[in-house]
Design a protein around this ligand. Structure first.
Ligand code: SF4
Ligand code: FES
Length: 248
């Protein structure tokens, strides 16, 4: 496949960026999108041009690093996959592909397609954990019976990889799907109930402080989420928040 790539280039957060156009040839339909980006960078470096900076780590849909906006969609045109799992067979020979970073006030561009998502880390640090009593009398987690339905829903919420596609897709740059997944994975389990009130209040407070927008129930986040995180989690977080506000 021969392709035209329109790629966002920005040297750092303090300068303006712009789209640069590159031609790339000999792309196999079996390559992943990131392998295609690797080929682009090898070609750029052979010509003495600065390679395109982009985030990646696991390349198997687990780490959530490969944040790219491809032809106007977070993680590209496929459903329930990350950019690293997207294959070039989803495109046609001769296509023009536009590649941009995830855009949101709370995700400032570091360089080219790399954005700073440490705002997600700070939201997580505000309450996305359970404190474990290490007195020696800690109950074995496997000895606590949990309703299968709740366990399944908690596991589904826990599959959120913190990629930020929900924020990049939302017209308000809301982080509600991400935060609600993190709140839900604990809210559904007995281990999470102990700190439930502080957790939801602190995580929502941090989310607001980071500059994420409000949720207006558009639902685009759920459509673009590579892990299929359900809007049901946002409804659960709103209930948790209301209960915590009344109790707290
Ligand atoms: S909710 Fe989905 S889109 Fe948002 S951070 Fe988690 S995995 Fe990514
Ligand atoms: S590189 Fe880890 S999810 Fe894509």
């Amino acid at each position: 496949m021969n392709l035209t790539l329109k790629v966002w280039r920005q040297a750092n957060a303090d300068v303006k960026g712009k789209i640069e156009t590159y031609q790339i040839e000999g792309i196999s339909p079996d390559m992943s999108f990131l392998e295609m980006m690797d080929m682009l960078n090898e070609d750029l470096m052979s010509k003495g041009i600065d390679p395109v900076a982009f985030d990646h780590d696991c390349r198997e849909g687990i780490c959530g690093m490969c944040s790219m906006f491809i032809n106007g969609e977070a993680h590209g045109p496929d459903r329930l996959v990350t950019t690293c799992q997207l294959h070039m067979r989803k495109f046609n020979d001769g296509d023009t592909i536009t590649i941009e970073p995830f855009r949101a006030k709370a995700f400032p561009v570091i360089k080219d397609l790399t954005v700073d998502r440490s705002s997600f880390d700070r939201v997580q640090q505000a309450g996305g954990f359970v404190s474990v009593n290490t007195s020696g009398n800690t109950q074995d987690a496997n000895a606590i019976p949990i309703d299968k339905h709740d366990a399944d829903k908690a596991f589904d919420a826990a599959t959120c990889i913190g990629c930020g596609a929900c924020v990049a897709t939302c017209k308000n740059a809301s982080a509600m799907l991400f935060v609600s997944a993190k709140v839900s994975q604990y809210a559904l389990l007995p281990q999470g109930k102990v700190e439930a009130i502080d957790r939801v209040l602190n995580m929502v407070k941090q989310m607001d402080e980071e500059g994420f927008g409000n949720c207006t129930n558009t639902g685009a986040c759920e459509v673009e989420c590579p892990k299929g995180i359900s809007l049901e989690n946002i409804a659960r977080m709103n209930r948790e928040y209301l209960f915590a506000s009344l109790k707290g």
